[in-house]
Structure formats: C-alpha cells, structure tokens
Design a protein. Structure first.
Lengths: 294, 294
DNA sequence: CGGCGGCTTGATTCGAGTCAAGAACCGTGG
DNA sequence: CCACGGTTCTTGACTCGAATCAAGCCGCCG
C-alpha cells in the first residue's frame, strides 16, 4: 500500500502542533500512530517546515512488516531503497565468523534502519537488522531520498545529524563495553533504551527485550546477564515478578549507570536524564557548570 | 597564516592528477605534503571536481600546531570552526568521571577532528581530541563550511560519508572490544591503523603510538597490552628490537585479527586488506562471493 | 501435553586487572 | 658530555570478574 492513499490524513496530522492533543488521538492508527515518531524525530533533528515533512512522508511506502525474529535487512546485500522502522523494536547487528552476535544498536519507531547503506553503499555489508518484536516498516526509494535532499538541504542535514547521533551512541557504548563492569554496563544500556523510547513517545517502563538481546548488546554472556539482572532486582531497580524487563526505579538506575543523556540529543525531555552534579567531576579547566536536576 | 598566501601553489597541486608524480614531489612541503591527504580523502569520499576541492582548500586557514600531549579540541566547549588534522596523529577520546581515558578513534592527516560538533553542536560535549604526536592543524569556519555545502551539495554528501565511515569504525571497534580476546583485539586495532594510514599515503610499518594509547583504545590494561605485545613479537608479527611498534608480518597480522578492511571504504588499495576466503564463513543464504586475495 | 525458547542455578576455569617494583629510554639542563 | 627526572616499558605474584559447562525449570504455543 502506498501512503498517498492516506494523503488527506497525512497533511492533517503533519500539522499536529496546530491541533489539540485530543484531536490527534482521534486519528486512525495507520495515520497518526505510524508516523508520529518519525515526525517527532525529524523535528528534533531540525526539520521544522511542514512542507518538508509532508514531502518526506509522501514518499514513504508502507512495506510488509516482519515478525519477531525475522531479518529486516539481510546481511550482505544492499537495496535501492532505505527502510524505516515505523513500529516495533529492531536491532542493528553483525555476526562475526565465530557465530556470535554483536548488537550495535537497538532501533525504535521513527529510526531509519539502514542509512549507512544509503551513504556508503559498498562498505560494510556484513551488518544486518533484525526484528526483536513484530515490526511495521516503511521504505523510501534512494532516488526519492536523493531528490528530496537536493530539494530541501535541511533534510540532508537532518539525516546527517541522525547518523552522527547514531555514531554518538556507538561511542558511548564503546566506553561502556570497554571500561565498565557488568552491572553499570547493563544499567547504562537500560537507561539508553528508556531515554530513546521516551524520545519517540514510548513511555512504558517495560523494555521488550530478552536477556539474550541484552547480552549480545552488552558483550556479556547470557548467564552473566542473568546474574546481573538478579542484582538489579535485589537493588529494587528492576521489578521482581515476571520475566519482562521492567524498570521500577529509574532514578536509581540513572545513578548507578552514571547516565548522562546529553549525548542523545533530545531537546524536549532531557531534564530526567542527567546525572546529578555530585556524581560528575568536571575538570576545573573548562569551568562549565552543570544543569542540576532533582 | 592564511592559506590564500599559497594559492598559486594550491591550484597547481589540486590538479595533481594531471601532472606527473615527479613534478608533485617537487612542490614544497607546506603545499603538497600538508593538503595531499585531505585531497586524497575527499576524493575517495566522492568529491571529484577540482573546483570543489579548490573551493574547500581555499577556505582552510592554517592554525598553530600542537605538540604531542596537548589537546587539540578541549572537552566541553564547541567552537565556531571545524578543525582539520593536516599532519601527525591525534585521537578522539573521552574521560569518564573515574579518570580513565577511552580512546574512540585515532585520527590521521586529512581527518576532520570535530565534525560531530559541527552537525550536533550541543550534544556530547565531553569528547575531546588530543595530539599523540606533534600535529599541524587547519581550521575552517562553520559558516564557510555551510556556505560550501550549500554551494556544492556533493561536498555535504562527502562529509556525511566521512561521518558514516567513522561510525562504521566505531561499530567494528565495538565488535572487537565486546567479543574478542586481547590478542585479536590488539591485532585488529593495529590492522585498522595500518590500513587507515595507507589510505592517506602513510606507508610506514611503524605505528607511532605508545602502549598506553593502545591500551586506552582497546579497553585493556597497560600491563596486559604489554604482555599481548610480547606475544605478537614472539609470533614474529611485531619487530623485536626497540620500543616502537613496528609490524613486520602484515599478512599474519591480518590473518590473526580476521581483518576485513572493507568497512573502511578505501577503493584504492583494498586488495591488501581482505581476509582470505577460507577464514570467512559466509551464510549460505546471501550467496555472495568474496574477493580472494593472495 | 509435549516441546522449545528463554530463564535460573551451581561448579569450575581462565583471561585480564591490580599491585608493586624495577629497568630502559628520552629530553633537558648544567 | 653526562647526570637527572620523568615517561614508558617490563616482569612477577596475586585477585577477581566473567566465561563456560552442565543441568534443571518455567511458561508459552502449537
């Protein structure tokens, strides 16, 4: 199904900021729910004209979704279109020859799955994307994308920013995987997920990942992840009952992980996600002060 | 000193591909040697018109260099210009509160030191760049850069590509740090350095880093790096005499690290940097074949 | 109700960190 | 030219966090 069939709906919800929240919630699922995270994301990346948003949305085609466990982008081959995650959770990963799986990043609604392949088509074909929950997907032809970028340079900049943001996440992960013990490592990873989910409007404290997913992302064995989870539960940070990962004490989690969400570039809701000042030892040299949050 | 004082020289060497190699080598140091890696890099990123190269080069001002150990970009503050590494080796790093240093990436001549701060000025101010050897630096005003990108969209794309390339490096590092034991981890890191150095015309087998630098990049303790080096020497991969890190058996190093340089996007000289086919177990599903190199 | 994927547990091993000390090297200044 | 002080490198002894191996368990879906 091509999105242009719901064009009327689109131009309506694209201007959501002119409408009340209540009206929006009346819009149907395929319209609002599907594209809202993307809109939110593009806006936060600096796309501020409705014309541009509209233009982008009109080029997006909805493609068949995938079920949990299926690959969204198979390793090794690149396509002539970019894929967009509209609903669900996915991950960018790579399987080294030894059969392991390293998860590079989790992806949420509104994220592009394979921008890298658009800009560097030949490079790095080993990375793939797989669905961690059932997913809804959109695609946009590379040529459409190029045309849009040519027409709206600020869109190009926004996508560039999105890439840098991803890079920023990779760096932080590198820091954590390289230097932090298991407990903080996992805590940080969980913080990142909560923050990124909130940034696209997902406010649930439950993170729909398995312990295996976390293990593959954190670079820890499943067994050790499990023991770490037990510790987090003992600390009353994760909920004790049930098998789902549910954060019950976000504050303590942030504290434990020494999480500073600044690197995620979420202008709207940063306030929750900064470490309190006493946990941060700034070099005297720069003399910058920190936002203190409650 | 502003570069326009050597403008005549510049427009000459910018067109180096029309001249013979021998003529080039006659050009003076400040002209050819300083900008050649940058030119090489921009070309490999897809900037193929001399007009564009020329335009970029003309906006670059040479700034005072730094000595080994000094910060090129201090943590915490962003400037109104981007900095460009013209000569020497630097690293992008971050110091977590515990005083550790995590090196995210090594930078070589031709690399932009702080593209991230140009695209995402507010985000992630903790990262910094420091000189690992004495360095020559150039700067380019953000407004000049923006203007250039507006005028030459392919330049914007090239810089976007450069960022994605960096991200690609981060990912591979993440894989290695997260999953590989010390020996292969270090080996991979060394391969990456050799490959990237070659890509900008530095062909020496000696890598001008200290064991501490490697430790901070690999996420290992100095003591353990040292023991790993001893192992690499015992395997006749690193040279035995002296304290410099010199690779004497690149082939075996690549082999040990299972290094596939593909992710580095170096069209010119990839052939050296691919793992032999028997070390690569491809999934049957994709059916891609591999370039076999001798 | 049976099987399989995900979670939990315990026992054991091992790679890498830490601590501590000494040696080799380098630039600097007398 | 040499003596000095600070890095950088090396080595050994010890510790510890996390991997591995091996079961067993729980709960869901067909």
């Amino acid at each position: 199904m091509h999105v242009s069939t719901m064009r009327d709906t689109l131009t309506l919800f694209v201007r959501w900021d002119y409408l009340g929240t209540y009206m929006i919630s009346l819009l149907n699922r395929s319209g609002r729910q599907l594209f809202d995270p993307l809109i939110q994301k593009l806006r936060s990346l600096g796309v501020d004209s409705d014309t541009e948003l509209d233009a982008v949305l009109n080029r997006i085609k909805v493609r068949a979704g995938t079920r949990r466990g299926e690959d969204i982008i198979a390793p090794g081959r690149s396509a002539r279109h970019s894929t967009l995650l509209l609903e669900g959770v996915a991950c960018l990963y790579e399987r080294p020859p030894d059969g392991n799986r390293q998860i590079y990043a989790f992806q949420y609604s509104g994220d592009f799955c394979d921008l890298h392949q658009h800009v560097l088509p030949e490079t790095n074909n080993e990375v793939a994307v797989t669905a961690l929950t059932d997913c809804s997907l959109g695609i946009i032809e590379h040529k459409d994308l190029e045309q849009l970028i040519a027409q709206y340079p600020s869109l190009g900049l926004a996508l560039w920013r999105a890439s840098m943001l991803e890079a920023s996440i990779f760096r932080k992960r590198l820091l954590n995987v390289g230097r932090q013990p298991a407990l903080q490592r996992v805590a940080h990873l969980l913080c990142e997920q909560l923050a990124r989910r909130e940034a696209v409007g997902i406010n649930s404290a439950t993170i729909p990942l398995t312990q295996m997913d976390l293990a593959d992302a954190a670079g820890l064995s499943i067994v050790h992840i499990n023991r770490t989870f037990q510790e987090l539960r003992r600390l009353n940070i994760l909920s004790k009952g049930g098998r789902t990962i549910k954060v019950v004490d976000r504050e303590r989690l942030v504290d434990l992980a020494n999480f500073d969400g600044n690197y995620l570039n979420m202008p709207q809701l940063l306030s929750h996600w900064q470490v309190k000042i006493e946990h941060k030892r700034r070099s005297q040299a720069t003399g910058l002060s920190w936002v203190v949050t409650g």
